[in-house]
Design a protein around this ligand. Sequence first.
Ligand code: ZN
Length: 450
Amino acid sequence: MKTKHLAAAAGGVSMAVAAVFALTPKEPATRAPVAASFQPPEYPELPQIDATPTMDVAASRLESWPDMKPPVVPALATVDDPLPAIDPPLKTWSREIESGETLDAVLAEAGLDAADRAEIALALGAEFDLRRLRPGHSIALTRTPDGRPLRITLAVDDGVRVEAVFGQSLATRVVTPEPDTVTIAGKTIIESSIAAALDDANLPARFAVDLAQMLSGTVDFRRELSGGETLRLLWREKRLDDQRIGQPDLAFAALEMGETLYEVVWPDDSSGRATIYVDGELLRVFAQPVEGARLSSVFGRRKHPIYGNVRMHTGVDFAAARGTPVHATAPGRISYVGWRGGYGRVVEITHGSDTVTRYTHLSSVTDDLSTGQRIKAGEVIGRVGSSGTATGPNMHYEVLVDGRPTDPLADDRLAEITGDKSADTAAQERLTVARAQLEEHLSERVTDRL
Ligand SMILES: [Zn+2]
């Protein structure tokens, strides 16, 4: 995998809307395909105010790629060879799969008989879980001039193709392209909201949620954004033929607000331990309960994307593949292990006298975990799942203070101050490296004030 370096400096943008930190997790710039009828919708869930989560929908696109067998070397057909030159030329029929359609229906439209369709479904299904078919995937059928089917290609996400070649039997293989990792920098001036500033500068919208996740406990965006703040970002994305594939990952953010410079360095090892700095000094290490997870829904009242009514979301959702370890966010004592209705399988940890953290929808709990047991920050307490009322794997995480849900991202009670000198030195080094990268890609200083 090679690494290219591109610099995309976006200019300052001006917006004349009232200052609101519009935390609308808009669809990522790389739009995930719309879910088909057999896929859970990609809307974050919004539990009732009674703290019973309903429809905890994880962003299913974040699940790990389905297990695929290594490419099968075709025994009878050599698919690597160019197709023989035939005159008149081969005929190719292709089209995208639409919402609610089955593979069989599309193949029937392509003119394949029931026996061929069944064989194709079996062959493709051996390489790709056909339940994961969704709108935007496409089918192409190549025929000989006399109409015999020659090759069928199923194009799924990120340039991956599953090919089946007709012969005495169907020979299938999976073609997985090798993407480039590209590092990109961008800059925008905030005039109304971070989300609007990202949008106007053509920067990925999902970064608004990433920034909120890291900084909402430190910065009150609603009060403190007054317009004219500078936001500089560095991120990595995977590209294939100049098309972005998957989601971009923030590496570094520098936000100048008035006299203060806030910086966040995200780890590139998916450890989930981002570091936050104020004016170049380490403020805290953000301990995430699920490593490498995406925040798929934040805390608070919000308009439900499907029903349109306003409901309270009593925690934050971390979308991750089933089985991903769940870590205690702070030291404490296990106060509950078991089931709680819509929350499914739950672990609760008491911290001090008034604070409880709740980890829900778990697929499993760590062996021998029992009430009263002491637990360290970062200890694995269970695994991500979808128990309770969740239609996809995600970890709905709550922080309760005196029994009331509070915003986990804004609650400093659990913020971890390292106090460890070597860790602090490593954190300072990471900041120095991140700044140097941003300055290289943006061809300007992170700030002129320091
Ligand atoms: Zn939730």
